[in-house]
Design a protein around this ligand. Structure first.
Ligand SMILES: Nc1ncnc2c1ncn2[C@@H]1O[C@H](COP(=O)(O)OP(=O)(O)OP(=O)(O)O)[C@@H](O)[C@H]1O
Ligand SMILES: [Mg+2]
Length: 362
């Protein structure tokens, strides 16, 4: 790379994901409105039936015993409701909540300060728990298990550990990468909730609820249209709803119908399946330039004028999840669904006969 050349294409950072309407990570506007849209108790929390049922039992039992609830780990993709659930846990227990995150805890001392100032029964929400430093993590083991920490005073051979009793508390950890958690940490949670992507019907309910709170009129078909493009993610559903509301106010009478929703989302280039411009550019290059693949990631990235990382981390996960693209040892390969989604006909060698064998090559 040429560091002196400001136009050097290798110097452009991966497109900031938050600029995409269909990105699942919260942007500034999301953060501003999310507080108002968050369900306040388990009854209001839509979908995630299993998690809700299990959590309800855990919390009820703790309440009946008059005890502090067991530590809870929430794992799932961004925007599925982990922060929301942590607040619900505190509300259901009638307990205060303290919110912090793994990256905010640089030193074990930071964690000791937080832990020692907790009230009895308080919920400590530790977001992005997989990004905590090693020493803090080790301190957390003991705190979770024995409600005790050793505070190290002094340095070198003269250092001494002063044990500090903690009030019982409930740790709620959230992670988008449960696989990255060290087993000793994972094992110290009494209950782990795996949050799944939402069904369109559930998202439709999320959209109706949010529309009501935002004082927006929407009919069931309008909500269904937005739900189908929301990538299984309530945060995206709420964001698309706000953009469609803008359109309905400016271009129509403010009421969101199916036609309004699909016209609005066409303006924002979010297609019927929730793919945006970048997703479609990747698929189109794969189909039109490389006959459906297999093609290497780097080549594909150059063809769409994006960084390798952007294609791999921003576009591909959803394309893979949707069954439109497969990552194979020989490179990226389009599935038959990709051809039909873009309205293209696969070349005969791929489309006909034993397509699978050709596609994924033995
Ligand atoms: N089950 C649900 N019912 C209704 N709304 C929901 C539900 N889950 C999430 N939401 C809405 O989606 C938004 C995002 O949820 P939340 O912030 O809890 O996600 P998250 O999993 O913590 O995301 P991140 O990993 O980025 O921190 C919230 O504004 C909330 O209103
Ligand atoms: Mg969160």
């Amino acid at each position: 790379m040429n560091w002196d050349d400001p136009t050097d294409p290798t110097d452009t950072p991966a497109a900031p994901a938050a600029e995409r309407l269909v990105d699942s990570v919260a942007d500034r506007e999301d953060q501003a409105v999310e507080a108002a849209l968050r369900p306040k108790d388990l009854g209001e929390f839509i979908g995630q039936e299993k998690v809700r049922e299990q959590l309800d039992l855990v919390l009820r039992a703790a309440r009946a015993r008059g005890a502090t609830a067991d530590h809870v780990l929430l794992s799932g993709a961004p925007g599925l409701g982990k922060t929301t659930l942590s607040m619900i846990i505190a509300a259901e227990m009638g307990a205060p909540i303290r919110i912090t995150s793994g990256p905010a805890i640089q030193h074990a001392g930071d964690l000791a300060a937080i832990l020692s100032s907790l009230q009895e029964g308080e919920v400590l929400f530790l977001d992005e728990i997989h990004r905590m430093s090693r020493p803090a993590e080790e301190m957390l083991y003991m705190a979770m298990e024995d409600f005790r920490v050793d505070v190290i005073v002094g340095k070198g051979p003269g250092a001494t550990a002063i044990p500090l009793e903690l009030p019982p508390f409930t740790l709620v950890g959230a992670t988008t990468r449960a696989g990255l958690l060290p087993p000793p940490l994972r094992d110290r949670f009494g209950f782990t909730a795996h949050m799944e992507f939402y069904e369109p019907a559930e998202l439709q309910r999320v959209i109706h609820r949010s529309a009501h709170l935002l004082d927006v009129e929407i009919d069931p078909d309008g909500a269904a249209e937005i739900a189908g493009r929301s990538r299984g993610t309530p945060r995206i559903a709420n964001r698309l709803l706000r953009r469609v509301r803008d359109y309905a106010q400016v271009k129509a009478d403010g009421v969101i119908t199916r036609d309004i929703a699909s016209a609005a989302l066409a303006v924002y280039e979010v297609d019927g399946r929730g793919l945006d411009r970048l997703d479609r550019a990747v698929l189109e290059a794969l189909l039109k330039l490389f006959g459906g693949g297999p093609v290497g990631l780097s080549t594909l990235a150059v063809a769409v004028g994006e960084e390798r990382e952007t294609v791999e981390e921003v576009a591909e996960p959803f394309l893979v999840r949707e069954g439109l693209l497969a990552r194979t040892p020989r490179g990226r390969v389009a599935t038959p669904a990709a051809w039909s989604h873009l309205g293209l006909t696969p070349p005969r060698s791929q489309g006909g006969g034993n397509g699978q064998g050709d596609l994924f090559g033995a």
